[in-house]
Design a protein around this ligand. Structure first.
Ligand code: FAD
Length: 426
């Protein structure tokens, strides 16, 4: 029987382990912390389960819904009520363009000169959008969206890695950015709600995966160094799936696989803090699902999810608000103490919503190196990583093909398939 070590029990490691176990491998998952889930983490507030890491998933991709159905959780999936998000800019709330791709609208006026696009070069979304549609679109639409997804500014995010379909359209010769965006959107046949969540938080999914992997997960079991030959913590393995974030990959491969460590270390990761607040019943918020913050605003927060209004009072009783703070290279709010973090969140709530009420409960969760940022050149970096990865080792995680939970599941399933191919080849 093929013995496989999976390092990291976030969603990527758990899914890879689940698929490998289903395929008949003997799987051991090594997790450094005392819990599974990584960035999927449900806390408790007033007896309610609340996600303090990821809270939603893209429902228009099949992976999360498929996995949930397979694990008997189809009835636990909930959809947003349909309220729209707004953008906070110049002291007011503005609607987000209805038709847009990562904040790039289809109806913004564009410069008339044909787009100069180089197929061999990667640029940032900020540079591309600024040149074609102007700074206001970057600051008020693209930056707020990217801050939500990557905790980073548009100038730090690669067009080719973050929006490969758009890059392909421009490679094919489309000379207007809005026309290219329009074509990408037109090709999508997806319908129905864009997002979904688990009624009882991501803990529902984690519990179901843990049940499938019973006896295979070792907690408080960090792998400090990866050595070839695959002996980990006293056991021998035929293959290893490395499902930990880039900074940790770099740390554990530094001595034995320095080329791999160097390539992975070049991927930056953004720190962030999530502050979840529950207010007295009398407190009201505007009729939106949430608010994204335009760049240049004097706020520490980058986004507010109005959770009760987004998911409904039966799913997220409230009024509950989730404040996200921290962007790559902008603020070190993550290093401040709890009182300072809470104060910053409340001050921003007052600025944006005029809310002066004190919350009845609060939860603060810091995420150091939480989200990998796909900076320009990211795809070259991934090619270097592939080139430096020895046989028998398979890497997976949010730095490959999308940071969202659905994308992580897809990549982890591909990683498991690669291990099985290696087994056949070996
Ligand atoms: C604040 C925040 C909000 C987000 N919101 C959303 C959202 O709403 N929707 C969405 O789709 N995505 C969201 N994401 C992104 C998504 O949650 C992550 O990209 C995804 O969960 C990453 O999963 P992973 O398994 O690849 O890595 P992780 O979750 O980082 O898991 C890695 C695991 O490896 C362990 N580990 C590390 N080093 C070692 C070692 N040496 N030995 C053993 N174990 C080790 C860690 O303890 C951890 O448990 C969010 C991310 C953050 C940070």
């Amino acid at each position: 029987m093929t013995a496989v070590a999976v390092i990291g029990a976030g969603i990527s490691g758990l899914v890879a382990a689940f698929r490998l176990k289903q395929a008949g491998c003997r799987v051991t998952v090594f997790e450094s912390s005392d819990r599974i889930g990584g960035k999927l983490r449900s806390g408790t507030m007033d007896g309610l389960r609340v996600d303090v890491g990821a809270e939603a998933f893209v429902r228009r991709r099949p992976e999360v819904l498929g996995l949930a159905a397979e694990l008997g959780l189809a009835d636990d999936i909930v959809s947003p009520l349909g309220r729209r998000p707004a953008v906070y800019a110049d002291g007011g709330l503005h609607p987000l363009a209805a038709r847009q791709l990562m904040g790039i609208p289809t109806d913004a006026p564009e410069v008339s000169v044909p787009l100069a696009w180089n197929r061999r070069v990667d640029v940032s979304l900020g540079a591309l959008v600024r040149e074609r549609l102007g700074e206001t679109v970057v600051a008020r639409s693209v930056d707020p969206m990217l801050s939500g997804v990557y905790s980073a500014h548009a100038d730090d995010v690669s067009v080719r890695a973050a929006l490969p379909a758009l890059a392909a359209e421009l490679d094919a010769g489309t000379q207007s950015l809005t026309a290219a965006v329009q074509r990408v959107l037109d090709r999508s046949t997806a319908s129905g709600p864009v997002f979904g969540a688990f009624r009882g938080g991501y803990q529902d999914l984690l519990d179901a995966l843990a049940a499938q992997l019973e006896g295979s997960i070792l907690l408080n079991a960090p792998v400090p160094e990866l050595r070839s030959g695959w002996m980990l913590r006293g056991w021998w393995f035929d293959a290893v799936v490395l499902a930990i974030p880039p900074p940790q990959v770099a740390r554990i491969t530094r001595t034995t696989f320095p080329r791999l460590a160097q390539a992975v270390a070049g991927i930056p990761a953004a720190d962030s803090v999530i502050v979840t607040l529950r207010f007295p019943d009398s407190v009201e918020f505007p009729d939106h699902s949430g608010v994204l913050v335009a760049s240049g605003e004097i706020l520490t927060a980058k986004a507010f999810t109005l959770s009760t209004q987004k998911w409904g009072p039966d799913v997220r009783p409230g009024p509950m608000v989730r404040v996200s703070l921290g962007r790559l290279g902008v603020s070190r709010i993550v290093d401040e103490d709890d009182a300072t973090v809470a104060e910053a969140a409340l001050a921003d709530l007052q600025t944006v919503f005029g809310t002066t009420a004190s919350p009845r409960s609060a939860l603060i969760q810091r995420w150091y190196e939480g989200i990998p940022v796909y900076v320009p050149g990211h795809l070259d970096r991934l090619a270097e990583i592939a080139d430096a990865t020895p046989p028998g080792l398979v890497l997976t995680g949010a730095y490959f093909d999308g940071v969202g939970v659905a994308a992580c599941i897809a990549h982890a399933e591909a990683a498991a398939a690669a291990v099985l191919e290696h087994r056949v080849a070996g």
